[in-house]
Design a protein around this ligand. Structure first.
Ligand code: HEC
Ligand code: HEC
Ligand code: HEC
Ligand code: HEC
Length: 473
């Protein structure tokens, strides 16, 4: 059946040639024949088809042995027809030249033939169905992935886009379009051993857990995908069918130790903690958005910019218990009595100096204190600030604590000591510089309920500062 012919010259073509000799002749369709010719004549001068680990410094272009698994087809077609940007901003072989190459382009029909050929013949059999299930990937997980991307230096060598601008070191392949480029399953091979591809090429291995790998891969698969559909766990069936009695049991077994038997924030763990566990009994948890409560209970305080002493329960508690304890929080804590930790007199208009609150927030660094709001006080900025304050800010809108009027009496206010800042108190607000407001919004006020809003862009924070300023008039 197979015609084995003696091999005379060992060259970079040898393996391709070998593969062609082994393929049963009678199955070659004419398109396949054509693809082979294109690859041999127009590609194999630069690309090997060996699939062996090899330093890029011995290659002219990436090895394409597993090209059938690696790329999403539409991307591959765009690449082959010259419609994609270069992947290596400083050149693949930056040691030889940092000029951008003009990658050879094929006609659309030839590109399709070659792509079909790759899919037929260049599949890595070791690829497993990826351990990352994107259908259960949440926005919060994506943010963890984004954090890993930075903390593990990925950004030092691979570019992504932030606000449309390329950022990061341009050493290796850019990743800002990764979600449109890679096949999800390809990652299982890459994650297993990144050095199976191009070792001795300046590459880097990260010490990541399986969960960490899920976060970073999932995150990369969102890059460039504008309409990525995140999983919303609070819409699962467990949340439609909750059992408050079971929620009360979970609360007793896992939450009372800090939050106290009646949610007064006086469990045995409370005395050593700063900030104190939230006083649920004085919060209208019934009014809190579902996604926020889910995120704070499942991913912990640190995931919403709050104290890491509020544990992440996602690994400990089954989904139904999480759903039930949240239902219990909502059912049991509807605002309660707000007198205990609200010593300030309630005032019709906060014009007198007695509305001044003790200031706990750390002083911003001098460079910030001097900064004035760089945005003009336009209607558009004011409106954007208002929308963020009332509704849009993530992980939760400011009004949940600072109140709709900014008077510091939102649904979450009662449970927090110190209280949320009362922005209507002009004698106090006039002494707080713009830069201080900006700093606290970005970084939170450690040891208090004021969380860090790190994901807000600078412009959004300045819009909020504009809006907050209007509340004191
Ligand atoms: C002159 C050398 C050269 C030729 C000829 C060439 N390529 Fe490339 N190819 C490269 C280089 C270099 C890169 C890295 C791209 C970059 O720098 O952005 C690349 C990248 C690729 C990639 C993406 C690889 C990855 O995983 O990052 C594919 C797919 C590809 N080429 C296919 C082909 C095909 C198919 C042909 C033949 C039609 C071909 N190339 C011809 C040099 C070449
Ligand atoms: C010190 C620089 C460096 C760091 C840090 C680094 N990489 Fe890389 N990465 C490389 C190099 C070099 C390669 C090999 C490809 C090439 O440039 O030839 C590579 C390859 C890759 C590829 C395959 C690209 C392709 O299309 O073939 C991916 C994906 C990748 N890295 C992701 C990551 C992630 C995720 C991180 C962070 C956990 C990371 N890298 C950290 C340098 C780095
Ligand atoms: C080890 C102590 C500890 C345990 C146990 C604990 N919490 Fe907390 N929790 C805290 C602390 C501390 C805060 C305040 C965090 C902050 O303000 O930065 C908090 C805050 C909260 C908040 C309010 C978030 C906000 O917006 O102010 C909720 C809701 C909450 N916890 C729910 C729970 C639930 C439900 C459980 C049990 C499944 C639980 N906590 C167990 C320490 C704990
Ligand atoms: C979970 C409750 C909570 C949420 C949500 C919240 N805050 Fe706060 N905020 C507080 C508390 C408590 C304080 C008082 C902190 C202190 O005394 O240091 C505070 C203080 C502040 C201060 C005072 C800064 C200073 O230096 O005096 C600003 C400004 C502020 N918050 C803005 C915001 C904005 C803007 C948002 C929404 C993007 C927001 N807060 C959301 C609880 C919250």
């Amino acid at each position: 059946m197979h015609h084995k012919k003696p091999f005379l010259v060992l060259s970079i073509f040898s393996l391709i040639t070998l593969a062609f000799y082994f393929a049963p002749l009678q199955l070659w369709a004419s398109d396949e024949q054509k693809a082979k010719e294109i690859i041999q004549n127009q590609c194999s001068t630069c690309h090997k088809f060996e699939g062996k680990p090899e330093s890029k410094f011995n290659l002219k272009g990436p090895d394409l042995m597993w090209a059938g698994n690696k790329y999403q087809r539409p991307w591959l077609i765009r690449w082959l027809t010259g419609k994609e940007e270069n992947l290596y901003p400083k050149g693949y072989r930056w040691d030889i030249s940092q000029e951008q190459i003009q990658h050879p382009a094929l006609s659309l029909s030839d590109a399709n033939i070659v792509a079909d050929y790759f899919i037929q013949h260049n599949q890595d059999p070791r690829i497993k169905k990826s351990f990352v299930d994107l259908s259960t990937f949440t926005e919060r997980e994506s943010q963890f992935g984004a954090d890993i991307f930075r903390s593990f230096s990925c950004l030092g060598c691979h570019q992504i886009k932030e606000d449309g601008k390329k950022i990061g070191g341009p050493i290796s392949a850019n990743l800002y379009d990764a979600g449109n480029r890679y096949n999800l399953d390809w990652w299982s091979r890459f994650a297993e051993n990144p050095q199976d591809f191009t070792p001795h090429s300046g590459e880097y291995l990260a010490d990541l857990s399986m969960l960490g790998a899920r976060y970073i891969i999932g995150y990369l698969m969102t890059l460039g995908v504008d309409d990525f559909k995140y999983f919303e766990p609070w819409n699962q069936k467990e949340f439609k069918n909750t059992n408050i009695k079971n929620g009360a049991r979970v609360y007793k077994e896992y939450c009372v130790q800090c939050h106290g038997a009646e949610g007064k924030g006086d469990g045995p763990g409370a005395s050593g903690l700063e900030p104190k566990p939230a006083v649920h009994a004085q919060m209208a948890l019934s009014d809190f958005p579902e996604d926020y409560l889910y995120n704070v209970v499942y991913y912990g305080g640190k995931a919403v910019g709050k104290s890491p002493n509020m544990p992440d329960w996602g690994v400990t508690l089954p989904t139904q218990d999480i759903a039930d304890v949240i239902a219990f929080l909502r059912d049991n804590f509807k605002g309660g009595d707000t007198t205990a930790t609200t010593p300030e007199p309630k005032m019709a208009k906060s014009t007198s100096a007695s509305c001044v609150q003790k200031h706990k927030a750390k002083k911003a660094p001098a460079a910030y204190l001097k900064r004035e709001n760089p945005l003009p006080a336009t209607e558009a900025h004011f409106k954007a600030g208002k929308a963020l304050f009332l509704k849009e800010a993530k992980p939760v809108a400011c009004q949940m604590c600072h109140g709709k009027k900014g008077d510091g009496k939102g649904p979450g206010a009662g449970g927090l000591n110190p209280n949320p800042r009362d922005f209507t108190c002009s004698p106090m607000m006039k002494d707080i510089p713009d830069g201080q407001l900006f700093w606290t919004i970005k970084n939170g006020s450690s040891g208090t309920g004021m969380m860090a809003f790190r994901k807000l862009k600078d412009e959004q924070v300045w819009q909020l500062v504009h809006y907050i300023r209007t509340l004191a008039k």
